[in-house]
Every structure is written in structure tokens, then in C-alpha cells.
Design a protein around this ligand. Structure first.
Ligand code: FE2
Length: 419
């Protein structure tokens, strides 16, 4: 007898084809995938030919600031920099309990909508390292139902304050999974370049991944991505490196951008765009035409680079909205990046699933619905990837570690014919 049996699934497979089959789960792993499995199970779900997909991956979120919107005040200008100022005030009042409660509430919000892998940044610019400690405790507390990676993120720059470099290293000693950075917010261009080199040194010393907030500004002269590319080429660490945001890439002239694309192709650097946030944060100093403020997602994808989409923020000083729904993120990315071709729409779905898993550097045997792999997947009220994004399909069931974690009913509409 299986633990769980899902009847009549439309399974989105790793090669992106769809097969109709039953899926059996036992002891936390996918035990069988076949039509009409002749066995019983402790729990049987009739999936009625809905889509079964690997779970969503939230590759970029700030859980330490999530759900703080309006505290102590609203971001009236809507700019990145007013957001940083508000967060500087709010983080004076952080406590372990405060961060943990909000982080777990946000993770539950996402998990009920199919997110089972998350990379969160933790601000390590304040001396108590409360945000980091809290998220490390959350990582442990939730590991039975969601996988959390924590980035040591120096919000105020590694060299913005003499103690920040020490705090970065302390954060890695405490167990942060990923080395973060923010070179465009260092005091000088030289400090920014130095910070990227330091990030790579720390990652090699502690054997950690890298995820840098890189060039999140409309300034076409913000060119730290080339420094990241150079360090990735020289260190051969590309697959472990992520460049987040890179919004300035959208403002570079084509001559420079095409040269840079060539350098990037010599690396396996991952990119994360956060379309919900950057379509609202960027372009604020423009009159018209106003820039979209999102990196060159389509071109990076066309060149074979790994690109994923993240939320970045849910109800915090930088973004007052957000529901935790990755299909909102994919839909916004699709629109802003003008990825409306059929292959492009499917690619946007991949950017919140498989591509995110690659960015998080998950082992091959950890992601995807295949026999022998951990049973982490979701059932969407949709027939395929396009349908899922177009209708922001309800995630009907979430299966985590082989157990039913969440169930949501699809909305039902009754039509009362006026004639
Ligand atoms: Fe961010």
C-alpha cells in the first residue's frame, strides 16, 4: 500500500513533455509513475487530468523585511533609495521573534501556493545580526516542509561602514549558505569593484554560493556585472554565481551590451530578474520615455543563460503589494520582457520552476517529478504551462516530502442568465 496515490495526472516531465499517468508516493519519494496503477494507498486523490508540476522556486526574496509595509512609514516616492532609508529605521526594532514570525508567515503563504524552495537574503549590515540569526533558525524550523537558503546580504555595502566586512565574515561563520553583495551601493566605484573581489574570496574560503545584488539602478554607467563576469571566468565558479536584478543592463548601449553578453557566455552565471519590483522601482527619475527597468531577460535566455524570476519583496518598504504567487511573477515578467511567443511563455514558467532550481544549485536528484526523487510537487488547475500562467491557475494540492501539505479549492462561478 502506497502512502499517497494521485490518479489521472497530466505530469509535466523534466523534458517538458506531458504524460498522462498515476503517481504513487511512498516514504517521501516518488515510487511509481504509470497509467492505472493497480494498488491502494492511505490517501488517494483524483486529479481529474490537472497539471502536476515540480514545485515553484522562489529564487529571490527578502524574508527579513517581508510584511513590514508602512512601518514606520510608507515609501511615498516609490524609489529603491527611500526604501533603504525606511528599512534602516525599521531594522532598529528587529527582534528574533519579529523576523521569525513574519518569515514563517511568508513562507506558509508561498508554500500553500506551491513554493517549496526559497532563497532569501538576510541583511547583515546591523551589528546584532538579528535578521540573519532569525532566518537561520527559520531555515531549521521549516526544513521538514520547505527548503530555505539564506544569503548574507550587506544591504549598506561591505565597505559602507568599517564593521560591515567583519559582519559579513561572521555571517558566513554562523552558517549563511550564500555570499551576497551590493557593489552599486558601495561608496565609490572602486569600493564596488573591491567588494566583488572580496565576495569571490569569501565564497572560495567558505565554499559557499554567490548571489550579488548587481547594478540595481538605472545608471547606464553602473557596470559591476562585467566585474562579476571577469571573476567568474577567472575562478571558474560561474554555476555557483548569481547576478540579481542587473537592471542597468537594460540601459546599456547595445555595443557594450553585446560585448558583455559574449563575456557572460563564457561563464555559467545565473541571472535573477524581479519584474514585479523593478517595473515599479526603476525609471523613477525618467520623464518620458520611461524605462522598464528590468534586465535583458529575453536576450539572456536566447543566449542560453540561466534566468529565473523572483518576488524580491512582499509588502515591505520597497513593494507594498505581493501575494507570494509565483504565477503573478511569471506573468509580470512575460509582459515586461515582451515574451509572448509560445516558447517564450513556456520559458517564463520555467523561470519560476526549473531555472530557479538551477540558480539555487540544487542537486539533480532533488528536483523534478521522477521515480526515486523526493516527492515534492504541486497540482495546478491547468492543462499546461501557458494555461497556468494565463489564468494564474489555482494550486490545488501541494505535496512536500511525500505528504499533503496544502489543499486549495478553485473558485467556482455561477452564471445566472438574465434572460
Ligand atoms: Fe533584492
Amino acid at each position: 500500500m502506497y502512502d499517497l496515490l494521485l490518479r489521472q495526472c497530466r505530469l509535466l516531465q523534466t523534458d517538458r513533455t506531458i504524460v498522462e499517468a498515476d503517481i504513487a508516493v511512498e516514504k517521501g519519494v516518488v515510487a511509481a509513475i504509470a497509467p492505472n496503477i493497480q494498488a491502494s494507498a492511505k490517501i488517494t486523490l483524483d486529479i481529474q487530468r490537472q497539471l502536476v508540476s515540480p514545485p515553484f522556486v522562489e529564487s529571490h526574496i527578502h524574508l527579513d523585511s517581508a510584511l513590514t509595509v508602512g512601518q514606520p512609514r510608507w515609501n511615498q516616492s516609490g524609489t529603491l533609495f527611500e526604501g533603504i532609508e525606511i528599512w534602516r529605521e525599521r531594522k532598529q526594532n528587529l527582534s528574533l521573534e519579529d523576523v521569525k514570525l513574519r518569515a514563517i508567515e511568508t513562507l506558509k503563504l508561498q508554500a500553500t501556493q506551491g513554493v517549496l524552495f526559497v532563497r532569501s537574503h538576510a541583511d547583515v549590515s546591523e551589528t546584532s545580526l538579528t535578521a540573519l540569526q532569525a532566518l537561520l533558525e527559520v531555515r531549521e524550523a521549516v526544513k521538514h516542509w520547505i527548503t530555505l537558503q539564506v544569503v548574507a546580504f550587506p544591504q549598506d555595502g561591505i565597505y559602507g561602514n568599517p564593521i560591515n566586512e567583519i559582519l559579513m565574515e561572521k555571517a558566513l561563520d554562523m552558517g549563511a549558505d550564500v555570499v551576497g553583495g551590493i557593489p552599486h551601493y558601495e561608496l565609490t566605484r572602486e569600493d564596488g569593484v573591491k567588494s566583488v573581489h572580496r565576495i569571490f574570496e569569501l565564497a572560495q574560503k567558505y565554499d559557499r554560493l554567490i548571489d550579488i545584488h548587481c547594478d540595481e539602478i538605472d545608471d547606464e554607467q553602473s557596470r559591476f556585472l562585467e566585474v562579476v563576469a571577469a571573476c567568474a571566468i577567472r575562478s571558474d565558479m560561474g554555476a555557483k554565481v548569481t547576478a540579481s536584478h542587473t537592471t542597468a543592463f537594460g540601459s546599456y548601449n547595445n555595443a557594450y551590451a553585446f560585448k558583455l553578453l559574449g563575456f557572460l557566455q563564457r561563464t555559467a552565471v545565473n541571472f535573477i530578474a524581479n519584474p514585479l519590483i523593478n517595473i515599479t522601482l526603476q525609471g523613477r527619475t525618467d520623464t518620458y520615455p520611461k524605462r522598464r527597468g528590468v534586465t535583458r531577460v529575453k536576450e539572456l535566455w536566447q543566449q542560453g543563460m540561466n534566468v529565473s524570476f523572483g518576488h524580491d519583496c512582499i509588502q515591505d518598504p520597497w513593494y507594498s503589494l505581493g501575494t507570494g504567487n509565483m504565477l503573478d511573477v511569471a506573468s509580470m515578467g512575460l509582459h515586461v520582457c515582451q515574451m509572448t511567443g509560445t516558447a517564450e511563455i513556456d520559458a517564463c514558467y520555467d523561470m519560476v520552476t526549473w531555472n530557479g532550481a538551477k540558480t539555487l544549485h540544487l542537486a539533480d536528484d532533488q528536483y523534478g517529478v521522477e521515480i526515486g526523487k523526493p516527492a515534492n510537487f504541486m497540482v495546478l488547475d491547468a492543462i499546461d504551462r501557458y494555461d497556468a500562467i494565463r489564468r494564474r491557475a489555482t494550486v490545488r494540492y501541494v505535496i512536500s516530502r511525500g505528504k499533503l501539505l496544502a489543499r486549495t479549492e478553485s473558485p467556482q462561478t455561477n452564471w445566472y442568465d438574465p434572460t
